[in-house]
Design a protein around this ligand. Sequence first.
Ligand code: BES
Ligand code: ZN
Ligand code: ZN
Length: 494
Amino acid sequence: MRATPSVRDNQVVMQTTIESKPFEQIEADALIVLVFEGKREGRFRAGELFDAGELTGKVQEFTLLHHPEGVAAARVLLAGAGKPEKFDSAELRRVAGGAVRYLKAKSVKRIALALDPGQTGAEYVSAAIEGAILGNYEPDRYKTGDDKKAADSFVVVAPVAPGLEAAVRRGQVLGEAQNFTRSLVNEPGNRLTPLKVVEAARQMASEFHLECEVLETAQMEALGMGALLGVAQGSAEPPALIVVRYRPETPGGATHLGLVGKGVTFDTGGISIKPADGMEKMKYDMAGGAAMLGAMQAIAQLRPPIAVTAFIPCVENMPGSRAQRPGDIVTAMSGKSIEVINTDAEGRLILADALTYARRQGCTHLVDAATLTGAIVVALAHLNVGLFANDDGMRDRVLAAAKSEGERMWAMPLEDDYKEYLKSAFADLANVGGRWGGAITAAIFLKEFAEDTPWVHLDIAGTAWIDEVKPYLAKGPSGVPVRTLVRLAMDWKD
Ligand code: BES
Ligand code: ZN
Ligand code: ZN
């Protein structure tokens, strides 16, 4: 049998550059030009279309002109960018993504985008490149047809200014890191087992000169990781705790940021088995872990001044004959005992031990990301990541990073009173908290293991997967919250 190439060997690469020539002189198969609502576009003989109402400038409206007059490019794509006062780098990211998707469907290969004067700063350049790379991605590796379409190159056209080359590189690094995360998340459970995540992590780490260490069952037993091992025991696939380390040449301070990501390669629910309907989606239950690997790939290249270590507990949650039962009591590495009321609440169990391990490894600040609860989808739908924090400063840092990166997050409550719901008659904690406030009680459970370390928990169950294709993004994994994590590290000040 022919070996399937690893996820990393299967990445589509798009060349990205910046050019400072007047846009009229740019040679490309298509040149994207932004059109704003309420601003009549008269160039390229588009005035007629505008007057007829065919061209309005609404967001994600695309109008393709062939052999446009006065430009060297073979086509001009007028890309609606919405109301000028609402336009920002996040909107540009989506417009660039939408335009690339529109063009690649027509087999256009060499694409350029002219930035509008006044919107040519580094944030805009990076966002345009990211959007293009994200839009160019298709989760089609298992389709065998020869009609796969992707653009080859993307040029941003903007006047020369200091820092723009770096902005191109940042956009490229971030776009590719997110696509790496997305391709991992999209792998099905039969092809991406915990040991395959290990392989992908090792390959990424060696490519980008990061240290990678993997704890296997025996080591986890020796460390007393009973919560993690309890989840793993129902599957024939062995678990792993992946540790990826980045160290700056000259540390800017004493901070050591730990990134902890849920890596359940498939979640059947275990003995508390999930309904069949929609269960296939549970291959994305490792999206938190995949986001940490994507973030580390970008961090390795952008080199923030702080130490960052990712911890990814990887397991498959299966109802095998050795599976843990409801009512089982496990002892976590921290020493706390847990009554497993519902084996489908497995994410918090593996994260409990990973958080404890991260603290013992010297992390001074922690962020975890996990597809943790259906309840967060009920609370925030698919628009916002649910953010929980035990420390206001840490919460504000992550919210600020998310805002700059256009990844929407919403702060949720985490008062101690909620701990009541996790009372167990027989152990220190129960792993579920009853019917109400499920995302909050899950976060309260994790808080017991973050202890006094400043920590943020991101529940990405509603945002890591896009059910309906967007004009700027394929259906499937979104890559959230890679950009926020990288920005958090890059902007860190002690
Ligand atoms: N992986 C799921 C959470 C999830 C649900 C992610 C929907 C994405 C979409 C998690 O392991 C789980 O099953 N949580 C349970 C917890 C419950 C048993 C307290 C849930 O949310 O139903
Ligand atoms: Zn579950
Ligand atoms: Zn799960």
